[in-house]
Design a protein around this ligand. Structure first.
Ligand code: F6P
Length: 323
């Protein structure tokens, strides 16, 4: 393996830059040349390559997002788009590709590997919904940003006897909401896997108020049916009296754009190096992830089309501790 490409795809995640840096420098260290692909899969379809040196990836380990850019490419999902990508790869003499991204991105990796290209995926998404890794690059930072918001809302909530609904990202997975809610001592956590209906949220808030609490936090994952807006509408329509004045805050992309914390920088570094190692050993069609403190490889055929749900024991834990 002499000539590799690296791309970031799907939603950006804190730590992607650190992963590009690790891929580039470890590949250069092995005598490979490295091409950065602009704008994810779309850049591969359009042949947007940029040769990367060690200096090109300097000063980015602490920066969120991805300096290569990212996109969700409809064209790459078509056979014709993938054929164009294949042509560009062969014209540039590229014999291996590292794909840093989440579920959708790794489906693309799998398809490309089925076309005979050496492809290795690196698990990166704030959602932490990928099978084949305990944790994905970006999830820890996104949890911490959500947690900071929860802590701030709790403080102002206490001053005003208010309850806050905090909606955070995660697509169809409740991991971010669950972890930030647990760390922030939330009174209620509602996730797609274990959704709490609005009447129960109302009952739990009322009970918290009657126990003498001066604030309450309800964390809502974006993937729940009854999202923050619907819950607010329910409280309005039912004129539920919880004791608290109720407000809602939707965090949205704020949780995705932060500078990566130490955990994500180190994870990205280890997985980036692990991806180059896999390619140099001739391995293809795998996801490089992190399981039980080890950098691991899982066949993409076992990863795509599946998602990892939140553990049921965490739900019980959150409920027990919300006293
Ligand atoms: O997959 C990462 C993620 O941030 C999800 O949590 C969210 O549902 C989605 O991407 C948002 O996508 P977009 O940035 O395209 O709006």
């Amino acid at each position: 393996m002499k000539n590799i490409a690296v791309l970031t795809s799907g939603g950006d995640a804190p730590g992607m830059n650190a992963a590009i840096r690790a891929v580039t420098r470890s590949a250069l260290d092995q005598g490979m040349t490295v091409h950065g692909v602009r704008q994810g899969w779309q850049g591969l379809v359009d042949g947007q390559f940029q040769r990367l040196s060690a200096r090109d990836v300097g000063g980015i380990i602490q920066v969120g997002g991805t300096f290569l850019g990212s996109a969700r490419s409809a064209e790459f999902r078509q056979e014709s788009g993938r054929s164009k990508a294949l042509r560009h790869l062969s014209q540039a003499g590229i014999d291996g590709v590292v794909v840093i991204g989440g579920n959708g991105s790794q489906s693309g990796s799998f398809k490309l590997s089925e076309m005979g290209v050496h492809v290795v995926g690196v698990a990166s998404t704030i959602d932490n919904d990928l099978v084949g890794t305990d944790i994905t690059i970006g999830a820890d930072t996104a949890i911490n940003v959500t947690l900071e918001a929860i802590d701030s809302l709790r403080t102002t909530g206490s001053s005003h006897n208010r309850a806050f609904l905090v909606e955070t990202m995660g697509r169809d997975c409740g991991y971010l909401a669950m972890m930030a809610g647990l760390a922030g001592g939330a009174e209620v956590i509602s996730t797609p896997e274990y959704e709490v209906p609005p009447p129960e949220i109302a009952a739990r808030l009322r009970a918290a108020f009657e126990r003498g609490k001066t604030h309450a936090i309800v964390v809502i994952a974006e993937g729940v049916q009854e999202n923050a807006a619907k819950i607010m509408a329910y409280f309005e329509a039912e004129r539920e009296h919880t004791g608290f004045d109720l407000r809602a805050t939707t965090l949205g992309h704020v949780v995705r754009g932060a500078p990566p914390r130490a955990f994500d920088r180190i994870l990205a570094t280890r997985l980036g190096v692990g991806a180059v190692k896999a390619l140099s050993e001739g391995t293809t069609g795998v996801l490089v992830g992190y399981q039980k403190n080890e950098v691991t490889r899982t066949p993409l055929s076992e990863v795509v089309g599946r998602t990892k749900p939140v553990h049921v024991e965490l739900v019980e834990l959150a409920r027990t501790l919300a006293k």
